[in-house]
Ligand binder design. Structure first.
Ligand code: GLP
Length: 260
């Protein structure tokens, strides 16, 4: 695992966007796994800028989002469909038919989840999966005690996640209790993982995910099993890492590492 510590959110977003660009430049028809939450917003803004100002072409890219709230229609302002359209898809040139986001309103969840997994496989698997992290250490909506080999399925949100996400809704009671989410196993199948985290509220979760024991209590710790995972954090999110000097030493020694 590589850990990249940045001075602030902006730099963290730029470093993460460069990894996406490298993947797309190497493989123009790459399959990208997309994440929601406020943390990847800067990364999406940077990709939009690169598309508009520096001819980043995403016309052959296919995307799969990690998760969606159950019960929210696509046009609900807190749905992940809405989030992705507003903040990313409407600003870039990914063909509509190449965009996949779990349905929060299907009439048959098990069948949909199975189809989603098959669709990922039919597209050749995910080349690069972008990840955020919940304050309880979850990835996507894989809450504590989720199986580390879980696949796309329905999941009940934890109290902590409902509390964390209540800020986006008018009332706490409006936060959906269920979500449809890729499993930890689905995420680990991606060829490359990039996790972004910012702010002191994530410091503990990042330390547990990167340096703690592998445990389903912190599903983000499963990235320790992955052969190509990069964790990109800002100063505050890095605050509880004990091996910081080592990560900085490795990064500084990389000939191709961006140094700005
Ligand atoms: C939700 C999403 C996760 C995301 C997390 C953190 O739970 N399902 O994918 O990582 O929120 O979001 P934020 O970046 O807003 O802290």
């Amino acid at each position: 695992m590589e850990v990249v510590i940045n001075r602030d959110y902006e730099q963290m977003s730029k470093v993460a966007s460069q990894i996406v660009v490298e993947v797309v430049n190497t493989k123009p028809n790459a399959v990208l796994g997309m994440a929601t939450g406020s943390t990847p917003l800067g990364l999406y803004q940077e990709l939009v800028r690169l598309h508009k100002e520096e001819q980043l072409d995403l016309s052959r890219v296919t995307t799969f989002n990690l998760d969606e709230y159950v019960g929210l229609r696509m046009d609900h302002p807190q749905s992940y469909h809405y989030f992705m359209r507003e903040h990313f898809f409407q600003h870039v040139n990914i063909p509509r038919q190449n965009i996949n986001i779990p349905s929060g309103t299907t009439s048959n969840y098990p069948a949909f989840c199975e189809w989603y997994e098959q669709r990922i496989a039919q597209c050749g698997g995910i080349d690069l999966q972008i990840l955020g992290i919940g304050s309880d250490g979850h990835i996507a909506f894989n809450e504590p005690t989720s199986s580390l080999s879980s696949r796309t399925r329905l999941k009940t949100l934890s109290k902590q996640t409902i509390d964390d996400n209540a800020r986006f809704f008018e009332r706490r009671e409006d936060v959906p209790v269920y979500a449809i989410t890729m499993g930890v196993g689905t995420i680990l199948d991606a060829r490359k993982l990039v996790m972004v985290a910012s702010g002191k509220a994530k410091a503990k979760a990042i330390a547990q995910a990167v340096e703690g024991p592998l445990t389903s209590m912190v599903t983000a710790s499963a990235i320790q099993l992955h052969r190509d995972a990069t964790v990109i954090v800002d100063e505050q999110a890095a605050a509880e890492l004990t091996m910081r000097d080592y990560y900085e030493f490795i990064y500084a020694a990389e000939p191709a590492a961006p140094r700005s």
